[in-house]
Design a protein around this ligand. Structure first.
Ligand SMILES: NC(=O)C1=CN([C@@H]2O[C@H](COP(=O)(O)OP(=O)(O)OC[C@H]3O[C@@H](n4cnc5c(N)ncnc54)[C@H](O)[C@@H]3O)[C@@H](O)[C@H]2O)C=CC1
Ligand SMILES: CC(=O)C(=O)O
Ligand SMILES: [Mg+2]
Length: 602
């Protein structure tokens, strides 16, 4: 491996990003491989070495000039969905340019490549489809799963797999095979926000059918046109997929995304004891929300032993957040977990979760069910009455019910606590339980707010307030970076606690303005370094790290992490012979069945 240009003391590491890239590709094959393609930025020497003369206009451009042109093209698209489609095709042409463009306009573009616009792209997947990306597995072809997984590379080639079965995409429900786009979007965020190598990841959709009638009736729908399979056949499907991943890519970390209510937690509970895996909706959301609550309490002065929480929408995200709050109360106050749970009231479709309805509750909801006796003769079916009774300090929405936090509910809450902490987290934007502007008006500016999708700053009484985005995208990239670099065998709750503490400590100086509950998205790469550092240290302390050469010195560890974070910069290219490529026992550049194996990094 050639590292002639690396100045870093860690330039020898396999994931180091400071040296040249090696490839066997030349001519149009090189131009058509997005990982290597530099387009008009190929230097004169490279054009000669790689046979590019006549295939490019003569002027050599810098990456900055390319970004400028691409941004003008992007800006000329008529609406957000058209911008999203433009970005998808850019990704298929030139990955460095794609990521550089977004990083240079992160705040503006985050909502285009992620929630809310990605939700629209997913809803229209079969109609907007141009080119497949990712691994499509379907429940009627389980015999092929192993082969389909194996074709993406050699055992050392894949670090991270994001998988969805498309049943509960963002807040827009069952999108069937379109779920591939959430796996891809989450991987893009891993690369943008934590420098995960784009060529060492694998997006997967598990197509188990769909219960979305609109898709079933749509003759253009590209997935299995049948009702969702459940039960044993479904479990076997997921099990075969997990086994295939484990046996082919034993070091890969598996991220589960947007599974339905009855599967998300069940699948996590099944695999978490044995493999390094993570459910973003349950765990990532829990981490980021807890960090935001910690920041809010610093402003409000609320004490953990007296704080009362109402969770509205007790599904995957709601119970995931409740679990993290419960652990935090227990940790901060020394209370038992059971006692800590008494400070949390969970509300779902039928109202407050009650013990008498145990049969109708999911296993994750059961610990939060309240005694019926305590609620006799009290109205426990509607949110207003519950808020009136509980007088919560914190109200969190993960219900997908837009406007559920009405003026009446919010004013009632504000009567009892000085600084109401209100987080409407349901995505996409149109499903938020309340709008930040209204929350400011209804609480006379007292609210401490964070939202699931991005919102513009709020203007209230001549002041402007930033609205923090409380989205798992602030946490999962750093957690994944830590998992990958430490090669942790497992991802137990203790590593997530380490991640949450690191995130909470990176919040900007918390102030009384409602801003600063969480770091700004533009700082997310630095935040990811801190989260990864904390996760790596915890993995090592608990003997879970399989990577042996993790620096013990804090500053060195940071340098070690940064050196292994992929950045959107063109690297010099070395032309190597096919024989040498084979000697590295890696997928031969450009001849794989898909572009993700068509890379040969260093
Ligand atoms: N900000 C963030 O980082 C995240 C936000 N979310 C958002 O949270 C929402 C829920 O996502 P998941 O938990 O994955 O879905 P889920 O389907 O597991 O949970 C939704 C829950 O809301 C309940 N619900 C529906 N109607 C209700 C009503 N009228 N009253 C009370 N509860 C009601 C459902 O019964 C279910 O238990 C989505 O909009 C999703 O986009 C999810 C994960 C992360
Ligand atoms: C953010 C996310 O994971 C969701 O809304 O499902
Ligand atoms: Mg999700």
């Amino acid at each position: 491996m050639s590292n002639s240009q690396s100045n870093s003391k860690f330039g020898h590491l396999p994931l180091s990003t400071s040296g040249p890239l090696e490839t066997t590709l030349t001519g149009t094959a090189l131009l058509r491989t997005p990982y290597f393609n530099k387009g008009t930025a190929f230097t004169k020497e490279e054009r000669k070495t790689f046979g590019l003369h006549g295939l490019l206009p003569s002027n050599v451009q810098t990456l900055d000039e390319q970004v400028q042109r691409a941004y003008e093209q992007y800006s000329s698209r008529p609406d957000d969905l058209a911008k999203n489609t433009f970005m998808t095709s850019m990704k298929e042409q030139n990955e460095v340019l794609y990521y550089r463009l977004i990083l240079d306009h992160l705040k503006e573009m985050f909502s285009i490549i992620y929630t809310p616009t990605e939700g629209d792209a997913i809803e229209n997947y079969s109609r907007l489809f141009r080119r497949p990306e990712g691994c499509f597995l379907n429940i009627e072809d389980t015999d092929r799963i192993e082969d389909n997984i194996n074709q993406w590379g050699e055992p050392e080639d894949i670090d991270l797999i994001v998988v969805s079965d498309g049943e509960q995409i963002l807040g827009i429900g069952d999108q069937g095979v379109g779920g591939i786009l959430i796996s891809i979007a989450k991987l893009v965020i891993y690369t943008l926000c934590a420098g995960i190598h784009p060529s060492r990841t694998l997006p997967v959709v598990l197509d188990a059918g769909t219960d979305n009638e609109k898709l079933l009736k749509d003759h253009m729908y590209l997935g299995l046109r049948q009702k969702r399979e459940r039960g044993e056949k479904y479990d076997k499907f997921v099990g075969t997929f997990v086994e295939a991943c484990r046996s082919r890519y034993p070091k890969a970390y598996i991220h589960f995304e947007d599974f339905g209510l009855n599967n998300a937690r069940r699948i996590l509970d099944k695999y978490q004891p044995d493999i390094a895996c993570f459910n973003d909706d349950v765990q990532g959301t829990g981490c980021v929300t807890l960090a935001a609550i910690m920041a809010a309490f610093k402003i409000s002065g609320t004490k953990w032993d007296e704080a009362r929480f109402v969770m509205f929408g007790a599904g995957s995200a709601g119970t995931g957040i409740a679990d993290q709050i419960q652990d935090a109360i227990s940790h901060e106050t020394g209370k038992s977990k059971e006692d800590a749970g008494h400070q949390i009231w969970c509300v779902d479709k039928p109202g407050l979760l009650l013990k008498s309805k145990k049969d109708q509750l999911t296993p994750a909801q059961v610990p939060y069910a309240r005694k019926d006796d305590d609620w006799q003769e009290k109205d426990h079916n509607d949110l207003f009455s519950i808020v009136k009774e509980v007088k919560p300090h914190v109200l969190i929405g993960t219900s997908t019910v837009p406007g559920a936090f009405t003026q009446k509910v919010v004013r009632e809450m504000a009567k009892h606590v000085d600084r109401p902490v209100i987080f409407p987290l349901s995505n996409p934007t149109r499903l938020h339980e309340a709008k930040p502007q209204d929350l400011y008006e209804w609480t006379n500016g007292k609210v401490l707010v964070a939202t699931g999708s991005p919102f513009d700053p709020v203007k209230y009484q001549d002041e402007e307030y930033e609205i923090s985005e409380c989205n798992n995208s602030v946490t999962f990239p750093g957690i994944g970076l830590g998992a990958i670099l430490s090669r942790t065998r497992l991802m137990p709750p203790s590593l997530l606690v380490a991640a949450t503490r690191a995130l909470a400590s990176t919040a900007p100086v918390v102030n009384d303005r409602g801003s600063g509950l969480l770091p700004d998205v533009t700082d997310v790469r630095e935040v990811s370094v801190q989260i990864a550092k904390s996760v790596i240290n915890a993995a090592r302390d608990e003997n879970l790290a399989q990577e042996e050469n993790i620096p013990t010195d804090d500053a060195e560890l940071e340098e070690w992490i940064r050196e292994q974070m992929w950045d959107a910069q063109y690297r010099p290219l070395d032309l190597i012979t096919k024989g040498r490529a084979n000697a590295h026992a890696k997928g031969e550049a450009g001849t794989g069945s898909h572009q993700r194996t068509a890379t040969f990094d260093k």
